[in-house]
Design a protein around this ligand. Structure first.
Ligand SMILES: Nc1ncnc2c1ncn2[C@@H]1O[C@H](COP(=O)(O)OP(=O)(O)O)[C@@H](O)[C@H]1O
Ligand SMILES: [Mg+2]
Length: 363
């Protein structure tokens, strides 16, 4: 199936830039997520690809097919784009049965009766609802309705799938199941997919590529691991989860690499930088689970093994999260947040920020 390429989409409403040079490629058969806070332009971008929204500028190609070209005045109607769309509210037709809902896109495209029957059966089997074809939407659970919406989007054998927050009506437990189920299905079908969500966990769990959006712009693109560990900006770091920020003065370390002197923090923090930091002042992002925490006794032992001992720290607050513990720590004058799988004992601890834990960001 062909790749999807979105180039330089722009959209201005009044004086507001709704889409500001939105530009990305979704490789053949891969799963890309548009992730960002409410109002950042996710739905507008997705609806532009679907053909339900016309931006002011830019182009959209699916393989060698031109779906949209603002300059050329070319805007292929939605039903001729061969895309499957699941809207934020599933928008199932309440008066139609499951089977009729799923058949709808085929009817719209004037498919023959036999083909419709065959495709409806095939996609309902795919979403494990073959036995519910005669039910009405209100007779189904939220998770089942969401699968009907997916079956309807797949019924005309689209070459790409567009999903706008498809799990927003599901409760937390069901969401997790639906998530795994959808990624398995997407991989089985090998269908190029664009998924929209404001939920960072969903994006991290499901995607080959994450595009973080903010105020109409894509501010960071990469694999989940890359975007999470190397957010690049404070906004992306915070949007993807908890994060510590250490700002200080950078200087070259003796054995290559860099060190950061953070006011109020004992010792220095090692970090890597591809290019020398242009400014002497540098901010590092450090994820709470990346801090290495040891009990009071561990400091000396670690030191004798040739490792840095870590800075002595006081626990100022402990929160039990069920599967983890969240700690507020005072390290010298600096407050840090740490996540640990096990409870730390009473008394002071030692904190080490390793080179691998720190990533340079720009504000
Ligand atoms: N029809 C419209 N008229 C005016 N503003 C709109 C319209 N549709 C969307 N917007 C604005 O465009 C911005 C992006 O909206 P949207 O793409 O729905 O964001 P998201 O899906 O990321 O929550 C928002 O600020 C929203 O208020
Ligand atoms: Mg939206």
């Amino acid at each position: 199936m062909p790749e999807l390429s979105v180039r330089h989409l722009t959209q201005t409403l009044g004086s507001t830039r709704i889409l500001d040079d939105v530009d990305f490629t979704v490789a053949d058969g891969t799963f890309t997520t548009l992730l960002g806070p409410s109002g950042c332009g996710k739905t507008t971008s997705l609806m532009a690809i679907a053909g339900f929204h016309t931006p002011d500028g830019g182009t959209i190609h699916h393989g060698d097919r031109v779906l949209f070209d603002a300059a050329a005045g070319h805007d292929l109607p939605a039903e001729r784009r061969a895309l499957g769309v699941v809207f934020q509210s599933y928008a199932l037709f309440p008066h139609m049965t499951v089977g009729q809902n799923v058949a709808y896109p085929l009817r719209l495209r004037r498919a023959g009766k036999q083909e419709i029957q065959h495709r409806v059966r095939t996609v309902l089997e795919l979403v494990e609802l073959a036995d519910r074809a005669d039910a009405h939407p209100h007779q189904l659970s939220g998770g089942q309705q969401q699968r009907v919406a997916l079956a309807r989007a797949l019924s005309h054998a689209p070459t790409a799938l567009l999903l706008d927050e498809p799990f927003s009506n599901l409760d937390a437990k069901l969401r997790e199941r639906a998530r795994d189920w959808l990624t398995d299905l997407q991989r089985d079908l090998g269908i190029t997919t664009v998924f929209v969500t404001h939920d960072q966990t969903e994006a991290l769990a499901m995607s080959d590529q994450i595009l973080v959006m903010h105020q109409g712009r894509i501010v960071r693109a990469g694999t989940p691991s890359d975007v999470y560990h190397h957010p690049g900006t404070r906004f992306v770091a915070e949007f993807l989860g908890r994060c510590n920020f250490l700002t200080g003065t950078a200087r070259k370390a003796a054995g290559g690499g860099w060190q950061l002197d953070v006011p109020g923090l004992p010792g220095t923090v090692p970090f890597r930088a591809d290019a020398p930091p242009g400014d002497e002042t540098v901010t590092l992002a450090v994820r709470p689970e990346a801090l290495v925490i040891a009990g009071p006794e561990a400091g000396n032992g670690a030191e004798s093994a040739g490792e840095p001992a870590g800075r002595p720290a006081k626990i100022t607050h402990e929160t039990f999260l069920g599967d983890r513990y969240l700690y507020s720590l005072a390290v010298g004058q600096v407050a840090l947040t740490a996540l640990t799988p096990h409870r730390l004992g009473e008394g002071d601890v030692h904190v080490t920020v390793t080179e691998d834990a720190a990533s340079v960001i720009v504000d």
